[in-house]
Design a protein around this ligand. Structure first.
Ligand SMILES: Cc1cc2nc3c(=O)[nH]c(=O)nc-3n(C[C@H](O)[C@H](O)[C@H](O)COP(=O)(O)OP(=O)(O)OC[C@H]3O[C@@H](n4cnc5c(N)ncnc54)[C@H](O)[C@@H]3O)c2cc1C
Length: 480
């Protein structure tokens, strides 16, 4: 493959567009070559097999402790079911911690998209299993004790402090699950939803303490206790290292701060982050960072943004559209503001590429990672094609930069502007026929896709209809 282009960020604004520069655009710099990430000899299926084997070991330990030997009455069967659901549910909760630890290694093996998907469905699985534990155990014990369900419940809650602890844990998990159901999630701000999500940590701590103290599997077996405690230590260590340790290390080492802010279009700014030895971050086009402003009001929340230009060692550029309260406040961001960076994350990079030819499909602000890829993906003239979809002309950003990059790299750019279902655009220009007409050799290309969810779903359906193998389709979601 041919070496990457050297065209740099910073073309003049599009003629006739009212662009305002808050501060001057930094001097142009060449993209740097970032070493390919180390390829781990582990596949996603290996990790899944390890997790399943661990789950089987947990059930095997329960059998060894005699859990399956005394199933002589309906009450005993229900109590046994309660034990198994508790063990597997707690194990899934620990896996959840690991999945969302933001380990760059897991990110590369699975991709954040698949991790988030697994997190969502395992999360619901965890809550159902733990709820099953409560129901099965309470009914099982009430049958064994010959008491009414109500009597049994009040006795358990009133007599055993660690059962009360488990009830509090269950309440934490239930709150997280209920607010994650799509209908509820849509009504909550991201911050409220995320804040409630933090109760899952408390839920896990309480569930674990309950299990170690009253779990029949642990009381008499030091090996089981050591095994479970080791699992917890590994999960917590991953969260501490990757969620806290790494960002603190990056921030202290690279001292990132806002270098300049440039208005690209109404409600869209580019933020240039400068710092020490940024080339050592090994960030690649297509990746993103979680950005946290180190100010009195904002230090507690981080938001993800993709690099909108290939990293050049001097600055990282993020282009941000005003969508909610935080991004609205960003529009008044002052150069010099200290920031913390978490990342780089994401797998929408050249490392995923399987074909010589590439199609990039962007919708709206989803252009950011694809703009960086257009700049730096190696390719001969004719190898790279970008389709940029927007409802209105004013929603297109980087038009001049994209045109300049296309001219420099011998790439093709198609701008598809307009609303579907109007006289000018009666049908979806990215349905299978439209896509084939624009890019006849699409089956022989890798497709990088980023944009609003409806656009991504419709393009994925078109690619499926055109028999583009799923292994050639790479995407980044901006919202879950
Ligand atoms: C991997 C990734 C890369 C992104 N890259 C860009 C980019 O290059 N340019 C750009 O303009 N936008 C990007 N976004 C979207 C951007 O993060 C949100 O628009 C922004 O966080 C909205 O914050 P808000 O408080 O202003 O709006 P809100 O109204 O609070 O949020 C709007 C929506 O943004 C999402 N969101 C909000 N906060 C977060 C968060 N902390 N973490 C994850 N999602 C959140 C939620 O889906 C929420 O419903 C990206 C998102 C992701 C996940």
């Amino acid at each position: 493959m041919a070496p990457s282009s050297g065209l740099a960020v910073g073309s003049p604004p599009h003629p006739g567009t009212a662009f305002v520069q808050t501060t001057s655009r930094p001097a142009a710099a060449r993209p740097i070559r970032v070493p390919l990430p180390r390829v781990w000899p582990v596949r996603a299926s290996d990790v899944v097999a390890l997790l399943v084997a661990n789950g089987a070991l947990i059930v095997a330990m329960w059998i060894r402790h005699g859990g399956a030997s005394a199933l002589t009455s309906p009450g005993a069967i229900l109590t046994a079911a309660g034990q198994v659901t508790a063990l597997v549910g707690t194990y899934l909760a620990l896996i959840q911690l690991i999945l969302m630890s933001r380990s760059p290694w897991l990110d590369q093996v699975f991709g954040m998209d698949r991790l988030a998907w697994a997190h969502r469905w395992l999360g619901f699985g965890t809550v159902w299993l733990l709820a099953g534990h409560v129901v099965f155990t309470t009914i099982g014990w009430s049958m064994a004790d010959g008491r009414s369900l109500l009597d049994e419940t009040t006795t358990l809650l009133g007599t055993y402090p660690f059962v009360l602890m488990a009830a509090a844990s269950m309440a934490c998990f239930a709150a997280v699950a209920v607010t994650s159901v799509r209908a509820a999630r849509r009504r909550l701000s991201y911050e409220t939803w995320y804040g409630i999500h933090l109760y899952a940590y408390l839920g896990i701590a309480l569930a674990f303490a309950h299990q170690l103290v009253v779990g029949s599997d642990f009381i008499n077996d030091p090996v089981a206790r050591i095994y479970w405690t080791s699992l917890l230590v590994i999960a917590v260590a991953m969260v501490l290292v990757f969620r806290f340790g790494q960002p603190i290390r990056i921030t202290l080492r690279h001292r990132p701060r806002i270098g300049s802010v440039v208005t690209e279009a109404p409600g869209v700014i580019s933020v240039y982050v400068t710092g020490r030895a940024l080339d050592r971050l090994a960030a690649r086009s297509g990746q993103y960072f979680n950005l946290r402003l180190l100010t009195r009001d904002d230090w507690w929340r981080a938001h993800p943004f993709s690099l909108s230009a290939a990293p050049n060692g001097r600055s990282l550029r993020f282009t941000i559209k005003e969508l909610g309260d935080w991004t609205a406040r960003l529009q008044a961001l002052k150069p010099g503001t200290r920031v913390a960076l978490e990342g780089p994350y994401g797998t929408l990079t050249g490392a995923r590429r399987t074909r010589q030819r590439v199609l990039l499909v962007a919708g709206g602000i989803g252009i950011t990672p694809l703009r960086a890829l257009l700049e730096s993906l190696p390719g001969r003239p004719g190898d790279l094609t970008l389709i940029y979809r927007a409802s209105r002309e004013s929603d297109l950003v980087f038009r001049d930069e994209l045109d300049a990059l296309a001219a420099h790299r011998g790439a093709t750019v198609h701008y598809l502007v307009g609303r579907r279902g109007t006289r000018a655009m009666p049908r979806d220009p990215l349905d299978a026929d439209g896509l084939r007409a624009l890019v006849p050799d699409v089956r022989n290309r890798d497709v990088y896709l980023c944009g609003p969810t409806p656009l991504m779903e419709s393009v994925r359906a078109s690619l499926k209809a055109l028999a583009v193998p799923a292994s050639q389709v790479h995407l980044e979601r901006f919202a879950y």
